[in-house]
Design a protein. Structure first.
Length: 304
C-alpha cells in the first residue's frame, strides 16, 4: 500500500493543529512552488499539485478525520514505510487520493485549477538587488544616475536613480515595485541598489573621515610651513609643525564626509615627503653642505 503524508507535504509536524495553521502552511508552500514563479520546473509543478491535494483533504474536517484514522491504522501504528504515489498523465489527484476519497477526475467537484482560480493566493514578486559604483564627490553632493537591467523577459529596462547627498557606503536605495512581477494580484517585488563608494587618487573614505595625501618637500617638513589642503568642498590652510615625518597625519575637523546628523567627519592629511629627482648645481651644493654640517642620521637609535 502506498501512502502520502499530507502533513509533511505542507511542512506540518503534527496532526493536532487548527484550520488556521493549515491555511497558513498551505499559503507558504503554494507561494514557494507556484508554477508562475517556477516556470518550466516540472518538479515544482508536481509539488504544487501535491500541496493542493493535501490542502484539499486537510482543510475539510470530515476528510481530515478520515485521513487521520486511515494514517494511524495503516502507518502510524504499524510503522510502515510510505512513499508518494504517482499521477497518471494529466491527473490532478494522485492514486492515493482517488483510492481513499473517490475519483475526483470524473466527479462534479471542482478540479484543482478551478479551486485555484477561486482561491488565488496573491504572491509578491521577488526582490532584485544590484549595485552601482559612485565617486566620493557624487555621493557627497548627491546625483541622478541611470542604470539598465535585463528583465525576466530578456529585455533591457532603464531606471532613474536619485542618489541622496551623504549616502553611506553599502547603503541601499529601494525602488518600490520595480522588482519581479507579483502573481495573482500580488505586489511587485522591490529593486534594491547597493551603493559602492569608490576611492580615487585624491580622496579615500573611511567611515565619515576623508583621507588625502599632503606632499611636502624635505625642507618644508624640516622647517615647518603653512600648506593648502583641498577638502571635498573647499581648500583649507593648515600649519605644518617643524620636523614632521612621512606617514604622520594632520587632522582638520569638520571637513570630512557627511555623518547623517547634520555634521561632518574630519579631513585627514597624510604627510608624504617628496625628494626631488634632479638637482640644480646650486641645490646640490646646498645639500652637500647640509651633509657636512648635520649630525642627524635616521639610522641611529631608530628603534631605541
Amino acid at each position: 500500500m502506498i501512502f502520502k503524508d499530507y502533513y509533511k507535504i505542507l511542512n506540518i509536524e503534527t496532526s493536532k493543529i487548527d484550520m488556521q495553521t493549515i491555511k497558513v502552511a498551505y499559503r507558504e508552500a503554494a507561494k514557494k512552488y507556484h508554477p508562475d514563479v517556477n516556470v518550466g520546473n516540472r518538479a515544482a509543478e508536481e509539488r504544487f499539485k501535491d500541496i493542493n491535494e493535501a490542502y484539499r483533504v486537510l482543510s475539510s474536517n470530515s476528510a481530515k478525520r478520515k485521513y487521520d484514522r486511515m494514517w494511524n491504522s495503516n502507518v502510524g501504528r504499524k510503522k510502515k514505510s510510505y512513499e508518494e504515489s504517482q499521477r497518471q498523465s494529466g491527473s490532478k489527484f494522485s492514486d492515493f487520493f482517488n483510492m481513499f476519497f473517490g475519483n475526483m477526475e470524473d466527479s462534479n467537484i471542482e478540479d484543482t485549477k478551478t479551486l485555484n482560480r477561486k482561491k488565488k493566493i496573491p504572491i509578491k514578486g521577488e526582490n532584485i538587488e544590484t549595485e552601482i559604483n559612485l565617486s566620493i564627490e557624487e555621493t557627497f553632493y548627491g546625483c541622478d544616475k541611470k542604470i539598465s537591467l535585463r528583465t525576466a523577459e530578456g529585455k533591457m529596462k532603464t531606471f532613474a536613480v536619485k542618489v541622496p547627498a551623504g549616502i553611506r557606503n553599502n547603503e541601499k536605495i529601494r525602488l518600490i515595485g520595480q522588482g519581479k512581477l507579483g502573481v495573482n494580484g500580488g505586489k511587485n517585488g522591490e529593486l534594491f541598489i547597493r551603493i559602492n563608494i569608490e576611492n580615487n587618487c585624491k580622496f579615500r573614505l573611511y567611515g565619515v573621515d576623508i583621507y588625502t595625501d599632503l606632499f611636502l618637500t624635505p625642507w618644508e617638513a624640516a622647517l615647518g610651513t603653512r600648506a593648502n589642503v583641498s577638502s571635498i568642498d573647499e581648500e583649507a590652510s593648515i600649519y605644518i609643525p617643524q620636523g614632521i615625518g612621512s606617514g604622520e597625519k594632520v587632522r582638520i575637523p569638520g571637513k570630512g564626509y557627511k555623518d547623517g546628523k547634520g555634521g561632518r567627519g574630519d579631513l585627514i592629511a597624510e604627510v608624504k615627503i617628496v625628494v626631488p629627482k634632479t638637482l640644480s648645481e646650486e641645490e646640490k651644493v646646498i645639500y652637500e653642505k647640509l651633509e657636512e654640517v648635520s649630525n642627524f642620521s635616521p639610522r641611529i637609535n631608530k628603534y631605541t
